[in-house]
Design a protein around this ligand. Structure first.
Ligand SMILES: [Zn+2]
Length: 316
């Protein structure tokens, strides 16, 4: 059996998969985001419950929001209770088996490249999540791209292009990461709302923007055009760097009408002649992708399979 755990700011989910990646069971608990000890106890309990249900030990992969810094501390704005530890060492002391830790966006692309995923079997794939934030991860030549600092794929923190700032007269917004004018501040769900307001709209959520857009409101249309242009430009930068065959888009914005369908054209606007435009597809596994990708990474590492990697430091 293979277990995946997806740690979120409010809920933590565990899922049990068989060897064919059929989900046998899944359940959730609230995440004690402020209390590290309670968090460790909760994680240990989830794994023990899974063992009890399976009658044995499964392999384990954990997906977290945020990134591990050079010292191994988790940098995640919505999990302040975990900041004090070197996360892998602390977990290794509590969990009685080898495990893999990975960023949840990278778990997403691993899952979508696996059986039943939107990019099943493809060897060069970029996964882009657009929801409350803009995360991402890449499979390059069949392997999950980690990079030396383990934050490869963070396309949301590429800077807003000067040409776009000038074209739309955009303000330079500060980003949660501490930098100025990261794309995430403009292209994630809250960013789309900001764009709508910038063009004279009054929405308070992406859903409200969507209603205004469907109703034909001019400021909502301008926000849509600008948003598509920015996302298309950002993904074109990814294409220039990594040349993926497929881009899989997930997160709340991926469910918006005709958004994913419009992205190929928006990307093409920012590429030069002769560059192959990758296929752009919507996530097939939706919210389950993170937990399944974590489980797949745990299983691959346990089997010594290099295809999707696995971080050796995760082994106690
Ligand atoms: Zn940023």
């Amino acid at each position: 059996m293979h277990y995946g755990i997806d740690v979120g700011g409010t809920k933590t989910e565990i899922a049990i998969y068989d060897r064919d990646w059929q989900c046998l069971d899944r359940w959730r608990e609230p995440t004690p985001a402020q209390d590290g000890e309670a968090f460790l106890t909760m994680l240990t309990r989830l794994v023990q419950q899974a063992d009890d249900r399976c009658g044995g030990q499964g392999t384990l992969g954990l997906g977290f929001p945020g990134v591990l810094d050079e010292q191994g501390h988790l940098v995640a704005a919505n999990l302040p209770g975990l900041r004090a530890w070197t996360l892998e060492t602390t977990l290794a002391a509590r969990l009685d088996r080898a495990f893999v830790i990975e960023n949840d966006s990278r778990c997403f692309v691993v899952s979508e490249t696996g059986p039943g995923g939107a990019a099943e079997g493809q060897r060069n794939v970029f996964g882009a999540i657009l929801g409350t934030g803009a995360g991402g991860g890449a499979i390059v030549e069949g392997r999950l791209l980690k990079g030396g600092g383990r934050f490869a794929g963070e396309w949301g923190h590429l800077p807003l292009p000067a040409a776009a700032a000038k074209r739309y007269d955009l303000p330079l917004l500060s980003c949660g990461c501490g930098l100025e004018a990261c794309l995430e501040a403009y292209i994630a769900g809250p960013g789309l709302v900001r764009l709508h307001r910038h063009f004279g709209g009054a929405s308070a959520s992406a859903e409200q923007w969507h209603q205004a857009w469907e109703a034909g409101e001019k400021s909502a249309q301008r926000a849509r055009d600008c948003h598509l242009d920015l996302v298309g430009g950002a993904l074109a930068s990814v294409v220039k760097l990594l040349s993926p065959q497929v881009i899989v888009v997930g997160g709340g914005l991926s469910t918006m009408d005709r958004f994913v369908e419009a992205l190929s054209g928006a990307i093409a606007e920012h590429l030069f002649a002769g560059v192959e435009i990758p296929e752009v597809v919507r996530s097939r596994l939706g919210d389950a992708s993170g937990v399944r990708g974590a489980a797949m990474l745990g299983a691959a590492a346990s089997a010594g399979n290099p295809v999707v990697g696995g971080h050796e430091k995760g082994r106690p």
